[in-house]
Design a protein around this ligand. Structure first.
Ligand code: 2AM
Ligand code: CA
Length: 265
């Protein structure tokens, strides 16, 4: 199947799955939540959403492997690989907060081919392919061109593994708080990368994520003119372990600040 045909199918799938999430949210009860690790939760909703997505993607591209958050399918070196987060922003979903998303990306070898994120709460469909612009509900989007740190609106993420991340993020907050236009924490890496792509933020810093959290959003951001790297400016960000995302203009300045606190991570 051609990449553009696949893209159309994945867009439809992301919206359908997002509608399922919103419907489930209406009757969702907190006692349905299970604990994966400390403060890391999952429910039948994440798992059902993943099963729906994996079933459809298998029909679309039978030869592809999978890297998924809830582990219902596996990657064993196939040329094509789907990276799926069936519900990014699970903790928001559980508490009936926005945003939460469906995130689907396709990688061929080492190169991301397409990324689709459906932000369920605002009904926003973001997508890009390896050589297209980035789009939000059919409109081309671009990162902001703000280049002054003092005015920058910056997103932070707090991963579930607080003990490992706390010293680093404390340092980052100490450096940025009061020296930037605003700091926020929305709780969905996929949504935040897309908001950055749409010019709503200037940068985002988080680590200790999974590849499924950032695969689609990173491609969408890059195709909107932004930059994504690990905390040394390299491309190991794909693992999700270290992710600095920005409009490009503030990237080097933020890397310098991150380096001051890296040894504390
Ligand atoms: P989730 O909602 O799909 O679990 C919140 O900081 C953001 O980081 C969310 O996108 C959340 O994804 C993700 N996240 C936090 N800790 C994570 C972990 N240990 N593994 C995977 N994703 C994580
Ligand atoms: Ca998830």
């Amino acid at each position: 199947m051609e990449l553009n045909d696949l893209l159309e199918e994945v867009k439809t799938l992301a919206v359908e799955t997002g509608r399922f999430l919103r419907t489930e949210r209406k009757s969702f009860r907190r006692d349905k939540v299970e604990k994966k690790a400390a403060h890391d939760y999952v429910s039948y909703v994440d798992k059902t959403s993943e099963q729906l997505i994996v079933k459809r993607l298998r029909e679309l591209l039978p030869e592809a492997g999978f890297v998924t958050e809830e582990g219902s399918a596996f990657f064993s070196g196939e040329e094509y690989c789907w990276l799926v987060d069936p519900l990014d922003g699970t903790t928001n979903f559980i508490h009936d907060n926005a945003p939460y998303c469906v995130s689907i990306a396709l990688r061929k070898g080492n190169k991301m081919q397409l990324g689709v994120v459906y932000e369920c709460c605002r009904e926003e469909l973001y997508w890009a392919t390896k050589d297209s612009p980035a789009y939000l509900n059919g409109q081309e989007i671009h990162v902001s061109d703000l280049s002054v740190l003092d005015q920058a609106f910056i997103e932070l993420g707090f991963p579930y593994d607080a003990e490992r991340f706390r010293p680093f993020i404390n340092g980052i907050i100490a450096s940025l708080y009061g020296h930037v236009g605003g700091l926020r924490l929305l709780g969905s890496a996929a949504a935040e990368l897309c908001y950055l792509a749409a010019g709503r933020f200037e940068a985002r810093i988080e680590g200790l994520l999974g590849p499924w959290d950032i695969a689609a959003g990173s491609l969408i951001l890059q195709r909107a003119g932004g930059r994504v790297s690990d905390f040394n400016g390299g491309d190991t960000y794909h693992s999700g372990h270290e992710v600095l995302a920005s409009n490009g203009k503030l990237h080097d300045e933020l890397l310098k600040i991150i380096r001051l606190h890296l040894q504390k991570k």
